[in-house]
Design a protein around this ligand. Structure first.
Ligand code: FPP
Length: 234
């Protein structure tokens, strides 16, 4: 969700106004992807590198996060949304940590739509914590490293319960992944747009989905192999 600050600066508004509008775009995205039938939506709200921002901006983002949890969780839950937060939440204020836990508990029985917020998240952190967890659960692996395979490590990643993403969207003009779900994005279609997050509306989401629909997902196979399988199915 990139471009909140630039959206505001372009309008001679404080960066905070961009983040506030960004929250509205989150609501729009939930509505759009919910109506589309998407089951998993993961939003990168705060990276492990975002602590480097001025403390007022970090506090503002934390405040928006608390506010969103206070205001939206009950309604999200009534719509069948299961909310999870991934990332190292231990660095957040205890109040925010409690609210996150409460929101996760309140929505734990839902399964229509999985909304995940990545907060103080980094893809490298995720791989590292998965490795540590795997080894602490099975210390014998240290003497038998060849027993470790992709699946055994992936089982400990913070989104092990979800399928790998089909589509990644980055707004705001940059063309990089910035330490998002680096393991899980290996075969994901990557879509980049110049639109800033606060102005990324339903029409823009539709354009991203249409673009995705025309991608040929080969997962290492040849185009001819993919067509042969498609013909067999049809
Ligand atoms: C990137 O824009 C955006 C963020 C770092 C924060 C995203 C947060 C929100 C949309 C609000 C809170 C979210 C939830 C889920 C309640 P930027 O500040 O990097 O913009 P810039 O690159 O133009 O400066």
């Amino acid at each position: 969700m990139d471009g909140n600050g630039r959206w505001a600066t372009k309008r001679h508004l404080p960066r905070s106004a961009g983040h506030a509008r960004g929250v509205q775009s989150v609501r729009n995205a939930l509505e759009y992807f919910g109506a589309l039938g998407t089951r998993y939506l993961t939003l990168f709200a705060f990276s492990s590198e975002n602590w480097r921002r001025p403390s007022e901006e970090v506090n503002l983002l934390m405040g928006l996060f608390v506010q969103a949890l206070e205001r939206e969780v009950d309604e999200l839950s009534s719509k069948g949304v299961r909310l999870r937060v991934i990332g190292d939440v231990s660095r957040f204020e205890p109040k925010l940590q409690r609210m996150i836990q409460q929101a996760q508990d309140t929505t734990a029985h839902n399964e229509a739509f999985h909304l995940t917020i990545a907060a103080n998240y980094g893809g490298r952190w995720d791989i590292l914590q998965a490795t540590q967890k795997m080894l602490s659960l099975d210390p014998a692996l240290i003497d038998n490293p060849s027993l470790i395979d992709e699946d055994s490590l992936a089982r400990h990643l913070s989104m092990a319960w979800a399928p790998e993403p089909d589509l990644f969207i980055r707004t705001g003009g940059e063309q990089r992944i910035s330490n998002f779900l680096i393991w899980q994005l290996a075969y994901t279609e990557l879509y980049f747009t110049d639109k800033y997050w606060p102005e990324f509306g339903a029409g823009d989401m539709d354009a991203a989905v249409q673009w995705y629909r025309h991608r040929e997902r080969r997962f290492g196979r040849t185009s001819a192999q993919i067509h042969a399988v498609a013909e067999k199915v049809n």
